[in-house]
Write a protein that binds this ligand. Structure first.
Ligand code: HAM
Length: 426
């Protein structure tokens, strides 16, 4: 049956029957973050539009085509966050977190919004687990971020992800490279798409990741960043690779990997999967050494990454990663009469609050037979029946729903009832 008003295009409900998978993944994020020293940060779901224009970049697809931007009732232009780094950088500066002992490491699990054409692995509302490190320029922190992401995939048992790395250089390398790209693309301008024609002057990097076939064909022979890296950037990238080698982390260097957001400098990386079709990136990240200063903060290096959780689940399902469904009901307390129902309610609260037992009782006036059927349907491990005759004898009947064995428990005194239940059910 269809609801009169459906969910917006590109969004998905996460229903109770699968939420345990999300909880499982979120728990891994939290436990790993704790031991890696990343602290959780929560930033607003919407920010001032200019934040994304300034950081992600005016010429990027995200800003040009994909932002959910609207004017609020106060006449301000606000945007639903299309990514997490900009908001975390804003918060880092606005709350003067740079005055704390550095480096600082943050993580987040949030929803993000991009007005894209929905397809498998690409949604208008999606979730990311992201991490950001502020205040370290060393190659060790690049590898710390990569290892953090990799440990997350390993903990989940995700296999066969390919790590792609590249260095896109510091500000001056990027400037030199940008000039060379301009010189390369300018004579070919008329064969580029309308957007790329404009990009040549403002941000020729973006021509490299244009999805139009003509532009991609032309970009194939574009100069490579490798020839524009300064000696410091070469040393930095060499050290990142050496560290990855010494940890036995397999990777591929792809000089064409420039990432789709403007703020990156030096190391950029992606984890891609062969099991995702065209949307093959499960995780993307890199350094953004100029962004904090560019956004009004001190000159501090930073870097991070984000994992797309919907894409992660697609890969996990294809790899048959087993996530155990937790027990949804330990005991269902069925009751024969109105009087017994009150006792059932009282017993449920006792067991829930004193013994942490997942307990259910009838809240919809079902007869005893229907209650027992319901207990079976919700896969209750045990059924406690409070019948009229048994109640008068101060007794309840407990049934193990799997073995069908039955036991008697005393209803009063309450302590004895709870101990009786624990001895039978736990
Ligand atoms: P991004 O590459 O734009 O980077 O996104 C990171 C990941 O989010 C992607 O690899 C993908 O798995 C997922 N993703 C992106 N768009 C969608 C979509 N429309 N539907 C489903 N999943 C999607 C960033 O967002 C950067 N902020 C990452 C970062 C953090 N860099 C430094 N720090």
């Amino acid at each position: 049956m269809r609801c009169i008003i459906g969910a917006p295009k590109g969004t998905k409900d996460i229903l109770p029957e699968v939420i345990y998978k999300w909880h499982f993944v979120e728990e891994i994020v939290r436990s790993l973050s704790l031991i890696f020293g990343f602290k959780e940060i929560r930033t607003p779901v919407f920010e001032n539009t200019s934040l994304f224009k300034r950081s992600v970049g005016d010429e990027t697809d995200v800003v040009q085509k994909e932002m959910y931007t609207f004017i609020d009732k106060g006449g301000r232009s606000v945007t639903l966050r299309p990514e997490g780094t900009a908001g975390v950088v804003r918060s880092f500066i606005e709350n003067s977190l740079f005055n704390q002992v550095l480096p600082l490491k943050f993580f987040y699990i949030n929803t993000f919004y991009r007005y894209e054409n929905p397809q498998a692995g690409r949604y208008r509302e999606f979730h990311q687990f992201g991490a950001e490190i502020f205040g370290s320029s060393s190659p060790q922190s690049d590898v710390e971020a990569i290892l953090f992401a990799k440990s997350f995939f390993d903990k989940l048992g995700i296999k066969n992800l390919l790590l792609i790395i590249n260095s896109i250089g510091c500000h001056s390398c990027k400037e030199r490279y940008s000039k060379s790209l301009k010189d390369f693309f300018a004579p070919k301008e008329e064969n580029l798409c309308y957007r790329c024609k404009q990009r040549i002057a403002n941000n020729p990097f973006r021509v490299l990741d244009c999805k139009k076939q003509n532009c991609q064909e032309i970009s194939k022979n574009a100069p490579s960043i490798v020839n524009f890296l300064c000696s410091e950037c070469i040393v930095h990238f060499d050290l990142v690779r050496k560290l990855l080698d010494s940890f036995g982390i397999a990777y591929v260097v792809d000089p064409k990997a420039v990432r789709g957001l403007d703020y990156y400098t030096r190391t950029v990386f992606e984890f891609v999967s062969g099991e995702l079709g065209s949307q093959n990136s499960v995780c993307g990240g890199g350094r953004y050494d100029n962004l904090v200063e560019q956004m009004g903060g001190p000159a501090l290096p930073a870097l991070g990454f984000a994992v797309g959780l919907e894409r992660l689940f697609i890969v996990a399902n294809q790899q048959h990663i087993d996530i155990t469904k937790p027990q949804s009901c330990d005991i269902y307390i069925a009751s024969a009469t109105e009087d017994c129902r009150i006792t059932a309610m009282e017993m449920s609260f006792l067991l829930r609050l004193n013994k942490n037992i997942i307990c259910e009782y009838d809240i919809s006036n079902k007869n005893l037979k229907s209650q027992i059927k319901y207990a079976d349907k919700i896969c209750a491990k045990f059924l406690l029946i409070i019948g009229e005759k048994e109640k008068k004898m101060n007794l309840g009947i407990v049934k193990n729903m799997e073995t069908k064995e039955t036991f008697k428990v005393k209803l009063l005194p309450r302590e004895e009832f709870m101990d009786g239940i624990i001895s039978v059910c736990c």
